[in-house]
Design a protein around this ligand. Structure first.
Ligand code: CP3
Length: 343
């Protein structure tokens, strides 16, 4: 009998597809006029994340417009610290702000468990999206990895070098380990709730994994991620888990083996020959088109799409970007990309 699972899930199961499935990180976002319209109606970014009708609508917009093979829940990685009691707000044009948790007193104020009332609207969104998605479109949930989430919780904002979090784990590793532990437990609960609600796969975004040296990568990226994978598998043995330790490069094979993720995201800068021989041989891969090339478009974009397909097409592979889509990306370039990947 023909396999009727969404092609995205078949790739994550290790099947080699004639044409790779495609979706894009941040595919719901500011490059779409219909997103900007709903975003304006919601008033603010968090108001959008916590409004099930609006969040469902923007999750579905890129599926309707482009027919991507997967939808990603519209939300943010920072709702987890928010649900742990940390103040969170977004400054237009700048990004997230949180009340920093840099010492034992502040960390003591962070709750043991996530407040389900805060995240209830997110799980309501999961149910609504699931009910509305076409059967051949997979549904992806997500969380931030503990290291990346901790960098925002400690600094209270994005930082160029993750300095405040590094300073904390150097000065007081026990305190930092307690923070990581809280995030691990909260992330397991958050991913399991999304899986209960009907997402088919979850992605763990470790955007700042590349800023850690090898020993710190083992301790603060691999070990907590493995705990999340185990905690999710304990409740959802069949859930597909994609790890995305962005920038981890040569450490990615160790990450895949040690964490047990089903598939791994690749950053733009990775060496393709290394990725094919050392990573794709271990697990299905997802990535890694440069978002700037997508914005630029033209023949260079098409050449790069061909090169990526040639490198990775003989193994299990999901086409995606190496990082989120840029807000000033022309819609026509996304259309060209999809046509090229499906040709
Ligand atoms: O991929 C998707 O479409 C799903 C939704 C999603 C968002 N953020 C929506 C969002 C996902 C998966 C994220 C993950 C996320 N959020 C990460 C990890 C991935 C990465 O990009 O490195 C991080 C570090 C965050 C925290 C965050 N949220 C930052 C640093 C910012 C500001 C930067 C920016 O692009 O403005 C956000 C805001 C944010 N999250 C926006 C969106 C669509 C833009 C806000 C807006 O519309 O005003």
């Amino acid at each position: 009998m023909a396999n009727e699972d969404p092609v995205f899930l078949r790739s994550l199961s290790g099947e080699v597809m004639a044409r790779p499935p495609i979706w894009l990180m941040r595919q719901a976002g500011r490059y779409l006029p219909e997103y900007r319209e709903v975003r304006a109606k919601a008033g603010g970014f968090l108001e959008l994340c916590y409004n099930p009708a609006f969040a469902t609508e923007v999750t579905l917009q890129p599926i309707r417009r482009f027919g991507f093979d997967a939808a990603i829940l519209f939300c943010d990685i920072l709702v987890v610290p928010h649900a742990l009691g940390q103040k969170l707000w977004f400054v237009q044009g700048e990004g997230p702000r949180l009340e920093p948790v840099g010492d034992a007193k502040r960390l003591g104020e962070i709750h043991e468990e996530i407040d389900q009332d805060v995240l209830a609207p997110v799980y309501e969104t999961v149910g609504k999206v699931k009910a509305a998605l076409p059967g051949n479109t997979a549904f992806v949930g997500f969380c931030g990895a503990p290291w990346t989430v901790a960098t925002y919780m400690v600094a209270g904002r994005g930082t160029p070098d993750q300095g405040p979090a590094k300073e904390l784990f150097t000065r007081d590793p026990e305190l930092f380990a307690r923070l990581i532990d809280r995030i691990v437990m909260a992330s397991i609960a958050h991913l399991n709730a999304q899986l209960d609600g009907g997402v088919d796969a979850v992605q763990i975004f470790d955007s700042w994994a590349g800023s850690l040296g090898e020993d710190d990568f083992m301790r603060w990226c691999i070990a907590p991620t493995k705990r999340i994978v185990d905690g999710v598998r304990a409740r959802h043995p069949k859930a597909k888990i994609i790890g995305f330790p962005r920038g981890a490069g040569r450490l990615i094979p160790s990450y895949v083996k040690a964490t047990g993720v089903d598939a791994v995201g690749l950053e733009t800068d990775i060496d393709r020959e290394f990725a094919r021989t050392q990573i794709q041989s271990l697990a299905p891969i997802q990535g890694h088109l440069d978002p700037q090339l997508l914005r630029a478009g033209g023949t260079e974009l098409e050449r790069e799409v061909d090169a990526i397909r040639t490198s990775f097409g003989a193994g299990p592979f999901v086409f995606n970007l190496g990082h989120g889509i840029l807000p000033d990306t022309p819609i026509a370039h996304v259309e060209r990309l999809i046509a090229a990947v499906r040709s």
